[in-house]
Design a protein. Structure first.
Length: 148
């Protein structure tokens, strides 16, 4: 009986030694701030989605949060000069402030329509003009969500 326990003890020691020599690799954390505006517009272009009139503009209208890394506005030819905006966040706190802001707009009957086509993905917010059809907006949303 002692031999059985001795054998199990030896196996446990060998396995522990192997683990010490070859520890399991730890996953490298994915940084939050990994996509830029160029990534978004390149993805739109690859998906065949028309955009134009790209312009960097960090001016925030209404009472929107003033926290962001970058903001670009663009036109969509079918509804130009209307189009949309892409906001890039530097950290999760910035994104959370904007998510709260958009949720507040969605809860208000007067401003709800303005944020119908607002999507968050990773460190990006995409807001599209309501002049688009649901299908058109879904195409931009799907392209954004394809960023990995």
């Amino acid at each position: 009986m002692f031999k059985r326990y001795l054998a199990l003890l030896l196996i446990a020691i060998v396995l522990a030694a192997c683990e010490a020599v070859n520890p399991q690799p730890t996953a490298t954390p994915i940084p939050f701030d990994r996509f830029g505006v160029q990534d978004v517009f390149t993805t739109f272009a690859r998906a065949g989605l028309p955009i134009g009139g790209l312009e960097q503009d960090v001016t925030i209208s209404r009472d929107g949060p003033r926290v962001l890394k970058d903001r670009w506005v663009f036109e969509i030819p079918r509804i130009a000069p209307a189009g949309g905006q892409v906001i890039i966040f530097a950290d999760p706190g910035q994104r959370a402030e904007w998510e709260t802001y958009v949720a507040r707009l969605r809860d208000d009957a007067e401003s709800r329509r303005d944020v119908v086509y607002t999507y968050f993905h990773q460190n990006i917010m995409l807001q599209l003009n309501t002049g688009l059809t649901n299908q058109e907006a879904a195409s931009y949303r799907d392209a954004l969500l394809s960023l990995e």
